[in-house]
Design a binder for this molecule. Structure first.
Ligand code: GDD
Ligand code: MG
Length: 370
């Protein structure tokens, strides 16, 4: 079966992590997010994948090519300007030949696709949408079902007054090719505001498939951090690079970890990292390739991307540090703060309260200490 993954969004809510790379390439436990999606698709024998792409397409194409290195066949349906989730699916029409599956490209889930597809066939549906329960449905598409599980109502990002259920669109759809006739060509159109409400109105066989599978949209920094936490704590299942070197500690080759560093897992360390004497690491943490953590630094529930340098006695807690950033001595970065790529943060700074530092920023020594 063929799958389309929608990867054309700009990932604005995940900025500044998505300033230099598109959301699907953001690393999750040291590999691009999309690779985790491919893992779940392959588990269900879905190997033919179309990427509906728009923002920074070269970045994705360069990494994945024709998919051969990843055990899949990849093709690309590129939009010149964003066509919306519906327009993007329509844009891939020429590449489709039968029943197909569509995925939002920012959802991590272990949804049982095999059962969902069987359910779709059993119901003789034209469209089937996976549903998941959430606490705040107003940030998503709310889906109300009738007793036969047919979609009765689809409201995208409703106000609280219009919320009638906590079941929301989980961003996975099984579709028959006929539904493509309901989407206009070369026109901006969203499935959630166009096709889905139209199908309900026209009485098309459109079913919901509720599931309690693990599910998270990595669209904002808090959920990006939460996904790491859940993977490392074993709540979400994922494959990631590295070999187990001790209980709850995985490393890749070329690492130099001082025996007097105090490490409490879960921790994943990439290739060629140096962890000096007196460093304290308290998981869940992920450290990317070629990072250097100097003497006395503390890393606590944090994520370092690649080639990050942490100065002496610096503390990083519950925060993300982007590629090639250099953090000076005795600096604090805490409370879901984000320092994006290529930044230089001087010594003696205190970055707190979810502060977001844009790529290439330079902060002098002792400049921020509120
Ligand atoms: N190709 C293409 N072109 N892809 C797009 C475009 C576009 O113009 N616009 C958005 N996408 C992709 C995004 O890259 C993302 O992978 C997916 O479509 C969904 O877009 P988001 O911007 O992440 O939407 P959302 O999270 O606010 O809401 C959607 O997902 C929720 C589940 O997380 C909706 O589908 C909701 O109904 C749903 O509940
Ligand atoms: Mg999203």
């Amino acid at each position: 079966m063929q799958a389309i993954i929608l990867v054309g969004g700009e990932g604005l809510r995940l900025r500044p992590l998505t300033c230099n790379i598109p959301k699907p390439m953001v690393p999750v436990v040291n590999k691009p997010f999309l690779e985790h999606m491919f893992d779940n698709l392959k588990k269900h024998n879905i190997n033919e994948i179309i990427l509906a792409i728009c923002y920074l397409p070269d970045h994705i194409k360069r990494h994945f090519g024709d998919g051969g290195d990843f055990g899949i066949t990849l093709t690309y349906a590129v939009e010149k300007s964003p066509l919306g989730t519906g327009g993007a699916v329509k844009n891939a029409e020429g590449l489709l030949d039968d029943t197909f599956v569509v995925f939002n490209g920012d959802i991590f889930t272990d949804l049982d696709l095999t059962s969902m597809i069987a359910y779709h066939k059993e119901k003789k549906a034209k469209a089937t949408i996976a549903l998941t329960p959430v606490e705040d449905p107003t940030a998503y598409g709310v889906v109300e079902l009738n007793p036969q599980s047919k979609v009765k109502c689809f409201i995208e990002k409703p106000s609280w007054e219009r919320v009638t259920t906590n079941l929301i669109n989980a961003g996975t759809y099984v579709l028959e090719p006929e539904v493509l006739d309901l989407i206009p060509s070369d026109t901006y159109c969203m499935l959630e505001r166009g096709l889905f409400p139209d199908m309900v109105e026209q009485g098309v066989p459109f079913y919901g498939y509720p599931s309690n599978a693990y599910w998270i949209d990595i669209g904002n920094p808090a959920d990006y951090l939460k996904l790491h936490h859940d993977i490392l704590m074993g709540k979400a299942m994922a494959r990631f690079p590295g070999k187990s070197m001790a209980d709850d500690i995985w490393t890749e080759s070329g690492c130099n970890i001082h025996p007097a560093a105090k490490i409490i897992g879960p921790l994943v360390i990439g290739r060629d990292c140096t962890i000096e004497k007196g460093v304290r690491i308290s998981g869940p943490c992920v450290i990317g390739d070629k990072c250097i953590v100097r003497h006395g630094a503390t890393i606590d529930e944090a994520i370092l991307w690649q080639n990050v340098k942490l100065g002496k006695d610096t503390t990083i807690r519950n925060s993300v540090i982007g590629n090639n950033s250099v953090i000076g001595d005795s600096t604090w970065i805490t409370d879901s703060s984000i320092v994006s790529d290529d930044s230089r943060i001087g010594s003696g700074n205190k970055l707190e309260h979810g502060i977001r530092i844009w790529p290439g920023s330079i902060i002098e020594d002792n400049a921020i200490s509120f």
